[in-house]
Ligand binder design. Structure first.
Ligand code: MG
Length: 295
């Protein structure tokens, strides 16, 4: 199944609904609440309840639905307000090396906050205080049930599905101190979408998926999730050793080599650019780059 969150009225970003794509082509969709008004209004509530996930599957299989063209959907972040967004740094050896880091013994975990998120086809924002906005292609996964101290054997049971993330980073702010939080949390810099793909549609642990970023059509990063230093299972074991994970929590799994700041000369995203992140079997997350509008 491929589920997403959207704004029925793009000028009101407090109001979101859940849609489902007809199939993997992601070309046609329907509003879940339009078929069954009993379904909860948020994707977080749906993935947290096996009964609702079953109902969504039944709806997808239902004959005679009026599927609509996906053109013009105003996508919200897949989970607009997760309780936690746990991020991994340096999870591909080639990216650690390009940043001058030794191969790590433990992932560089950090957090993002929900105000930094934006949906598929929404603009990523260059703030007035920095022109060093960089892309990072990442596999994201979303937690479907409360869990703590997962083991290698049961870790994948916690995953509701997979998505795509662009861990947009203001590199000068990221390096103002010894940890990266402040450069990773500007408003509307973390692209998240277009949809949540349930694990049954992908290889186990999303292993062996090609991951690519393209800036204005030019390939900037091109790797594969088989190159993770810590795969999805190991990551879940490490995080849940520390904190209880809740439904809707998001984990982003680090980026491969080819980011803009490590290039000669460095490349940063400019207003008017278009950035795409593609992961095999999941889809394409596409965002334009725009200047912040005065608020
Ligand atoms: Mg990252």
């Amino acid at each position: 199944m491929r589920l997403f969150t959207y704004y029925p009225n793009p000028s009101n970003q407090q109001d979101t609904r859940v849609g489902i794509f007809k199939d993997a082509s992601q070309k046609e969709w329907i509003a879940l609440s339009g078929v069954d008004a009993n379904l909860p209004a948020t994707l977080l509530e749906i993935i947290a309840t096996p009964l609702w996930m079953k109902r969504a599957k039944e709806i997808q299989a239902q004959a005679n639905l009026s599927w609509k063209s996906a053109d013009g959907i105003a996508f919200a972040p897949v989970i607009p307000k997760p309780e936690k967004i746990v991020c991994m740094g340096l999870n591909y050896a080639d990216h650690a090396k390009e940043g001058g880091h030794a191969r790590p013994d433990y992932p560089s975990f950090f957090m993002r906050v929900p105000s930094s998120l934006l949906g598929h086809e929404q603009p990523m924002i260059v703030p007035p205080v920095s022109d060093k906005l960089d892309y990072e292609a990442e596999l994201a996964f979303v937690i479907g049930k409360r869990c703590h101290r997962l083991t290698k054997e049961n870790a994948l049971e916690a995953v509701a599905g997979y998505s795509i993330f662009n861990d947009g980073s203001l590199r000068d702010y990221q390096r103002k101190s010894t940890q990266w939080t402040i450069g990773k949390n500007f408003d509307q810099t973390g692209g998240f979408g277009p949809c949540l793909v349930t694990p049954d549609e992908l290889p186990g642990a999303a292993h062996g998926l090609r991951i690519q970023s393209r800036l204005n059509g030019k390939i900037m990063q091109d790797s594969n999730t088989e190159h993770f230093l810590w795969g999805v299972v190991e990551t879940l074991v490490l995080i849940s050793e520390v904190m209880t994970l809740e439904p809707g929590d998001v984990v982003i799994t680090g980026t491969p080599a080819g980011v803009g700041y490590a290039r000669t000369p460095p490349v940063f995203m400019q207003p008017g650019d278009t950035v795409e992140i593609e992961i095999d079997g999941i889809g394409i997350l596409k965002n334009s780059i725009a200047k912040e509008v005065a608020r």
